[in-house]
Design a protein. Structure first.
Length: 294
């Protein structure tokens, strides 16, 4: 009897934490799902008593052209950022593996500081960097001979603003992915690399046949996390451009916020949020199942 009670003791110890975490994760999701099925606007927010609307909000979204434009923009935004983040992080991790101890520690410290920088502070710095008259980026480009960038207004052009946001998000995300991949590289036995080089393998072949297969699950995990983080990215876009100019940088999270905040359509905004969760689940389910099997 005593041994059986002892076997339950660890689960009892972690039960409060698990219950609290489940509440913090599930309650907002279930509340958003409930609101998306109701007629919930400013009046219902103040006096309560929201009427059940079924799938009307989803039908309104899916039947409109704007939602599909925002969805396509979100997919493009996610693919571009994730490809750049994973590619650059892989290069940085491989470089860390071959640097001397002092340089490696210096670069890792710089990556950690960049990663630890608050999102709003980093976004503000990028606003300064790309400022039209006093920004360092315009000054540097003009110095290099690109005179057309004298006084260039980055945030008045949709494509330019999109590019600045991509640079910001990639800069913020590469450190985590690079340090995680480097930690994975340190777990691969050095004998495998030595054997591959003795057999005449090039750097590309060693990565393809040794490094990547050994870290396949880690690459899958990082890619999945980056897809989630990039797709739901909101503070950087809202602080830098508020989804503009026009709707050039409006992704699904920004669209949901704008619909709820500007139009006071909390039901429609919640529906957008739920659809974003479903899109992410559909995009990641096969990858997550593969990770669970491995």
């Amino acid at each position: 009897m005593w041994s059986r009670s002892r076997s339950y003791w660890p689960y009892l110890l972690i039960a409060p934490t698990v219950a609290g975490g489940a509440f913090l994760l599930l309650y907002p999701l279930l509340k958003a799902l409930l609101i998306s099925l109701q007629h919930f606007r400013m009046g219902e927010l103040i006096r309560g008593g929201a009427a059940f609307a079924g799938l009307d909000n989803y039908a309104e979204l899916l039947g409109g052209e704007q939602f599909w434009q925002v969805l396509l923009r979100t997919l493009v935004w996610t693919v571009i950022n994730v490809v750049l983040i994973v590619g650059l992080a892989t290069g940085v991790a491989l470089m860390l593996q071959h640097l001397r101890r002092g340089l490696r520690l210096a670069l890792m410290s710089a990556l950690a500081l960049a990663w630890a920088m608050p999102i709003i502070a980093a976004t503000t710095v990028f606003q300064w960097l790309f400022q039209s008259e006093l920004g360092i980026v315009n000054w540097l480009l003009v110095t290099l001979g690109f005179d057309s960038f004298a006084g260039y207004t980055w945030f008045a052009n949709g494509t330019a603003t999109f590019a600045v946001l991509v640079a910001l998000v990639v800069w913020q995300s590469v450190p985590f992915a690079a340090l995680t991949l480097y930690a994975g590289l340190t777990t691969i036995p050095s004998e495998l690399f030595e054997s591959a080089r003795i057999d005449g393998g090039t750097g590309r072949q060693v990565f393809r046949h040794v490094t990547f297969p050994m870290l396949r699950s880690l690459f899958a995990l990082i890619t999945s996390l980056e897809i989630i983080w990039v797709a739901k990215c909101f503070p950087q876009i809202w602080v830098l451009s508020q989804g503009g100019p026009g709707d050039a940088t409006t992704t699904l999270p920004v669209y949901a916020f704008k619909v709820a905040r500007v139009l006071h359509r909390y039901d429609l905004g919640s529906a957008v949020a739920i659809l974003l969760v479903l899109v992410l689940a559909a995009a990641l389910i096969s990858n997550l199942r593969r990770m669970v099997r491995s």
